[in-house]
Design a protein around this ligand. Sequence first.
Ligand SMILES: Cc1ncc(C[n+]2csc(CCOP(=O)(O)OP(=O)(O)O)c2C)c(N)n1
Ligand code: SF4
Length: 342
Amino acid sequence: MTLEGNGQGVKLTKKDFVSDQEVRWCPGCGDYAILAQMQKVLPELGIPREKFVFVSGIGCSSRFPYYMNTYGFHGIHGRAPAIATGIKVCNPDLSVWVVTGDGDGLSIGGNHLLHVMRRNVDIKIVLFNNRIYGLTKGQYSPTSEFGKKTKSSPMGTVEAPVNPICLALAAEATFVARSVDRHTDHLAYVLERAARHKGVAFVEVFQNCNIFNDGAFEPFAGRPVKDDRMVVLEHGKPLIFGKNHDKGIRWNGTTLEVVTLGNGITESDLLVHDEKRPDPALAFLLARMDYPEYPVPVGVFRAVEKPTYDELVNAQIETAIAERGRGDLEKLLRSGDLWVIE
Ligand SMILES: Cc1ncc(C[n+]2csc(CCOP(=O)(O)OP(=O)(O)O)c2C)c(N)n1
Ligand code: SF4
């Protein structure tokens, strides 16, 4: 993928990635902000437009491929990772993206998501987490908080929610990040980092569903409170947060704790974020931090390099061809025990 812009040296702009389809999300939905940042980031990558493919499952979020002026595939519920794997393995020069929701990706598609991450297929996954089923009108999802009252849980859920970042780290995904729909600059940064990562990139975006779960992230991600209730992870920097930059995260030998700077506590006592640690254990502890006990972390939790599934599979195919020549499917099908049914 060395060609610039449109493949003829012309730099693409955001407009080039806007399709002619009418966008059918509810007015005010967080999906618009994610779409806008994606359309802003892709022209920066210097990849021809015809090299992008967006694959989705089912849900409001899964309408995304219609709105991108790229190749796209509106797939079946939860199966976008399988479709995307096939596309990438057969077309290694494509930039393949999966757009999924918390229901699509973690309920019906949980199994597929797990395996595409552990395999390190070189695809980019953006999970729009609105902690609800939007398309089907407001049932609880695997990320809905314990006790959440919805149409399908009128007395409150009795399930512990999935933390998508913990799941991605447990699968040892090589790139794991989180952002928020309305934190547009940060979201653009995270999407660009994901795009440039070689290997599977998993990005959770906190996305407001203003119809069925409005304000789900406001208690910590709302403008007036976010500086005191969220911490931005930056590689090589100490974990500092707070409007006055006076709070931090310290490792006390057993666990992570929130401390206030001053009274003998300095920046040098704080945990320094290292997204390149091969072992995901510390990233897992960070991922478990949640409001109100801790600030909610956003940014890149992990970015490491490993051979990709698509590369390894294609290398095996080349080796097999070199050793045995190109296969003959017809011959193969007729090579085993055959019976003629008369
Ligand atoms: C096999 C199958 N089961 C269930 C459904 C119903 N269904 C459609 S979308 C959806 C969940 C959508 O939630 P989410 O993935 O969170 O996406 P959102 O709409 O919130 O963006 C469900 C259960 C379906 N379409 N197909
Ligand atoms: S139902 Fe919710 S997630 Fe779906 S388009 Fe409307 S606001 Fe967005």
